[in-house]
Write a protein that binds this ligand. Structure first.
Ligand code: G3P
Ligand code: MG
Length: 246
């Protein structure tokens, strides 16, 4: 039997085509027929969960500091569109709630929870509550590089799907350590170079889907399609639209 068409996700919305983690980036992914979006989330000083990738704003707005040091009313005044292009001047950092309300019932959401600490700042509980209030369980994956975050999410509500993110240098033994201490994930999110037959066999053994992220080069998209991955997460939804939806 043919595999179903792989799920197509826009990474940080559509980071190669619009300012990352903004509503226009998510909208672009939707308009280009993506099945879902990946977004990164952090908690700010006044407690709201916001869509942002780095712990500091420096890369997007020179001279600006940690997301955690701003209240949401302060964050809302900042322009996170101009760094990408003057066409997006004035775009702002959205709250997770807005993303859930605008896109949660229309697409898959892969919500990547950022955070390096072993201890929680309360973000998991807050996200789980936002999802429960909206009854968003079916098409949501909560993912992280941090195994403690994933473990906490799953302990809060076992109905939620969780995903493990990998960097190219996280070795096979490290992956197995994760699994020894955690419940089984819905999906594994490796970098493209990590994905081969052996990786797919490993995922199949633990019944997890394989959704590589950062899949941007057409040749890589085609290689992963031929291998039979379950989905692709790309900065360029328009490339997935051409190569996967053809
Ligand atoms: O999907 C996982 C991927 O988003 C992890 O990388 O650094 O872009 O959040 P990063
Ligand atoms: Mg991410």
């Amino acid at each position: 039997m043919m595999n179903p068409r792989p799920l197509c996700f826009g990474h940080r919305g559509a980071a190669g085509e619009a300012p990352e983690n903004t509503l226009p980036a998510f909208q672009r992914a939707l308009e280009l027929g993506m099945d879902g979006i990946e977004l990164d989330v952090l908690r700010c000083r006044s407690g709201e969960v916001v869509a942002a990738h780095d712990l500091t704003l420096r890369r997007l707005i020179p001279g600006h500091g940690r997301v955690k040091s701003y209240t949401y009313p302060e964050l809302k005044t900042l322009d996170v569109g101009s760094h990408f292009s003057p066409r997006f001047a004035g775009e702002r950092i959205p709250r997770l709630e807005e993303v859930l309300d605008q896109f949660g019932s229309r697409m898959w959401l892969d919500i990547e929870i950022k955070g390096r600490s072993i201890r929680s700042d309360g973000i998991e509980e807050q996200i789980v509550r936002l999802l429960q209030e909206r009854k968003l369980f079916e098409n949501v994956i909560l993912s992280s590089f941090n195994p403690f975050i994933v473990r906490r999410v799953q302990a809060l509500d076992s109905r939620l799907k969780v995903g493990f993110n990998y960097l190219q240098d996280s070795s096979e033994p490290l992956r197995k350590v994760w699994f020894r201490s955690l419940a089984l994930p819905f999906s594994l999110h490796p970098q493209p170079a990590q994905v081969d037959q052996a990786f797919l066999a490993y995922a199949q053994k633990i019944k997890a889907k394989v959704l590589p992220w950062g899949v941007n080069e057409p040749a890589e998209i085609q290689r992963l399609l031929a291998l039979g991955v379950d989905g692709l997460i790309s900065d360029y939804p328009s490339r997935l639209q051409i190569l996967v939806h053809k």
